[in-house]
Design a protein around this ligand. Structure first.
Ligand code: HEC
Length: 146
């Protein structure tokens, strides 16, 4: 499926990105939310690498990554609740203008992560579409390019 492979590719790219925006961040609240995103990126990367055939499917590692991803996703709302800024932040003001909409996008990621069937490679592949879609939907609406 074209959408799926694009999504997997997107997540692999996200996972491979070395230079993260938090380089140079000074506001501790902003740093903490970036670290949550980083945990999400790392664990999505583990699953994306398996889905894309870059690493061998490992059910135990997939379970651990899914659990960590879902837990970090469940932290998004609390981490972004305070309207804090930093020169290197990519958070869009729309987050705090429409926090209900932002919350819905965070919950969509929690749902997608929890729904992933990590017992089989096929399940991980199928689940990556919804996970990657949830990243993209929120980033498009609430992560501004500066
Ligand atoms: C509910 C919204 C939302 C969802 C869902 C979401 N993100 Fe984010 N993400 C953001 C926002 C907002 C920022 C910018 C934060 C900042 O710079 O202050 C961000 C930043 C990031 C960063 C950069 C972190 C840094 O160190 O600067 C990465 C990497 C990232 N997201 C990965 C992901 C991945 C992978 C997913 C999906 C598995 C995902 N995000 C899902 C809102 C979201």
């Amino acid at each position: 499926m074209k959408f799926l492979s694009k999504t997997v590719a997107l997540c692999v790219i996200l996972a491979a990105g070395a230079a993260v925006a938090k380089d140079g961040v000074t506001n501790p609240v902003v740093k903490a939310r970036m670290e949550t995103m980083d945990t999400i990126r790392v664990n999505t990367g583990i699953l994306g690498n398996m889905a894309g055939g870059k690493t061998a499917f490992d059910p135990a590692a997939a379970t651990a990554a899914k659990t960590a991803l879902a837990a970090a996703a469940a932290q998004i709302v609390a981490k972004f609740e305070a309207n804090e800024d930093d020169p290197v932040s990519e958070a869009a003001p729309a987050i705090w203008q429409d926090f209900a909409g932002f919350t819905a996008k965070a919950e969509a990621l929690v749902t997608a992560a929890e729904a992933m069937d990590v017992a089989s490679l096929e399940g991980v592949k199928a689940g990556m579409g919804a996970v990657g879609g949830a990243c993209k939907a929120c980033h498009e609406a609430y992560r501004a390019k500066k």
